[in-house]
Design a protein around this ligand. Structure first.
Ligand code: 2P0
Length: 352
């Protein structure tokens, strides 16, 4: 019949998020359970986002397929992709079991096509946007009733940081306590509209590949760094509550200081790993010095840097200070000046 040949389809986009309290270290590598809570800012999708279409049909050849930026991927070799898909399929199956009038989409092969509008390997949190978009696209295709918070449990298994890209504004990922990971979820701390002045400047270092992939780097740090345990147990919990207070009162000074200090502590644990891991380079350090110089010259904290598992800088500031911050940064570190390739100005996103 024609209905057997129907193609069901859903398309969605997901944003990048940039952590201000960093996730680094897993207590469970299969479930992607973190050793410490983290907090991030979800960026608008104006210049950085993943676009994903999920479709399914009884007429498709009998295996799930995934295409990333035009290249077919081997799903079978990605346990994380399989985990996300099988979790979503089980939720759809439960809906179909409860309502026999629903089409049996859970039995159809899935076809997932995903595309970033930014370089995948540039260290711009592409796995976060990628898995968040995959989970949302399939959840939409299956018409699942689960909330973003519930879906974050699934996205987390794709990539830890992906759980924070299902919500907008300021998002906390709580470690949770349970061994099955059911309470290791992301939740929105405040929407983007709570602090409309907040801006982010993403500075991309030219064509440098990641030194050590995140998953591998984390494992080295967990296994070898004493500083890592100190950070997870004694430093991050206080910073989490302090930055949530700073966000609540829109206290940029405190938000900025905690953000810069946590980026520095994270990179210190990388340096303390054995063998040491270097993500920042000379170009990154020039951005650090410039931010401190701007704050000193202005006489108050108007900008904050943070660096992930790569040399790119993200600089947070408030719109009222955009002339001094974005103007100076762009003049000194902007595209076409040595070592820097691109600059994206971003607002925060209200997702959901
Ligand atoms: C973060 N990063 O909080 C931290 C800061 C990089 C530095 O999350 O192994 O790609 O897939 O769970 O999420 C990068 O790690 O690692 C990351 P997996 P993920 O954003």
């Amino acid at each position: 019949s024609t209905s057997n040949q129907s193609v069901y389809r859903a398309t969605t986009t997901a944003p990048v998020n940039i952590a201000v309290i960093k996730y680094w270290g897993k207590r469970d590598t299969t479930l992607n359970l973190p050793t410490n809570s983290s907090l991030s800012v979800t960026l608008s999708q104006r210049s950085l986002r993943t676009l994903t279409t999920a479709s399914c049909s009884a007429a498709y050849p009998p295996a799930d397929t995934l295409n990333l930026n035009g290249s077919p991927q081997d799903i079978q070799s990605s346990k994380r992709t399989i985990a996300c898909i099988s979790n979503l399929r089980a939720l759809r199956k439960a809906l179909e079991d409860a309502d026999s009038s629903l089409p049996k989409l859970s039995a159809h092969p899935l076809r997932i096509v995903s595309e970033n509008n930014f370089p995948t390997a540039a260290g711009l949190a592409s796995s976060a946007a990628g898995f968040a978009a995959l989970v949302r696209a399939v959840a939409d295709l299956y018409e699942l009733p689960q909330s973003p918070k519930e879906l974050s449990r699934i996205a987390r298994q794709g990539s830890g940081s992906a759980c924070r890209s299902l919500m907008g504004g300021y998002v906390a990922w709580r470690t949770g306590e349970l061994a099955d990971g059911s309470d290791s979820l992301a939740e929105e701390v405040a929407p983007a509209s709570h602090w409309p002045e907040m801006r982010a400047l993403v500075l991309v270092v030219s064509a440098e590949k990641k030194d050590v992939p995140s998953t591998e780097g984390m494992q080295t740090t967990v296994a070898t760094s004493a500083l890592f345990a100190e950070r997870a147990q004694n430093v991050v919990p206080e910073r989490m509550s302090a930055i949530e207070t700073a966000i609540k009162y829109r206290n940029f000074h405190d938000f900025a200081e905690i953000t810069m200090r946590d980026s520095n502590t994270f990179h210190a644990t990388c340096l303390d790993s054995w063998p040491p891991i270097f993500y920042m380079n000379d170009v990154s350090r020039a951005a650090v010095r410039l931010v401190h110089d701007i704050n000193r010259v202005v006489g108050r904290t108007v900008c904050a840097y943070t660096f992930d598992a790569g040399p790119n800088a993200v600089i947070y500031y408030e719109d009222k200070d955009s002339e001094i911050v974005a103007g100076t940064v762009k003049a000194i570190l902007g595209p076409n000046t040595e070592g820097w390739d691109g600059v994206f100005y971003e607002r925060l996103a209200n997702v959901t």
